[in-house]
Design a protein around this ligand. Sequence first.
Ligand SMILES: Cc1cc2nc3c(=O)[nH]c(=O)nc-3n(C[C@H](O)[C@H](O)[C@H](O)COP(=O)(O)O)c2cc1C
Length: 239
Amino acid sequence: MGNLHEPVRQISSSVENMCTITVVQKNEILDEILTSRRSNRMFHPEVPPDDMIRGIIRAGLLAPFAAAAIGGTGKEYFRQFFVIKNGSNSMAEASKLVMSKIHRMVESVEEDMNNNPELKKSVDTFAKRLDMITSSGKVPGIGTAPYYIVVAELRGYPSVERQSLAHCLENMWLKATALGLGFQLVSVTSEMSDDKKFCDILGVPLGKYELMGCAVGYAQTPLPPSVRPPVNDVTKWLT
Ligand SMILES: Cc1cc2nc3c(=O)[nH]c(=O)nc-3n(C[C@H](O)[C@H](O)[C@H](O)COP(=O)(O)O)c2cc1C
């Protein structure tokens, strides 16, 4: 086994001759990024540089994908990114479509609860969140941050594209954290995968891609690191 304190590789090509890191340092940096990754829900209006957004997308591309499920790749790469800037026509249009989807979701949740009162307890928090969104008139993460980024993953067999998207978004989240940016998942985006008008904004064919989204920008206020239970409280070593 190598010396953990020996330099392992240059940390970045832009600082080639200055900066090498050891395994110990690499591990400490990763732990720091993992601990400081938080869901940011209040964004500063300042727009981050395009290169940061490209870096976040590059991190998403580096995430695993379900090679067997998507089979041979077609003309287009199976993972596509759409950067929607605040104040743009696409943002206004996307926001309108998602809000009307949320109104339809409210109706369907109410119908489910009426048909099955047992559901009420488990669905209550979600129903309250939908109500909060409709009464505020704003979809959190869509138009509330400088960027709303939608990721499209080709549907395959078996249908594991949602899992692939989760890996992709987690990579993007960690990269945003490393860059000092705030990040918010916008999971209602997945509800738009079969919405023709939403797919038209992106220019993707209806039914071929699964969607997920996130909001990115500078955090309005820095958040404290994550708090989680001690590893031993949640782990069983089986024999
Ligand atoms: C599948 C999934 C969907 C989520 N959707 C949203 C979302 O739409 N909006 C949001 O603000 N946070 C969303 N979150 C973030 C969680 O609420 C958050 O990760 C959790 O409360 C822990 O907080 P932390 O991320 O700051 O550690 C989602 C997380 C997961 C795993």
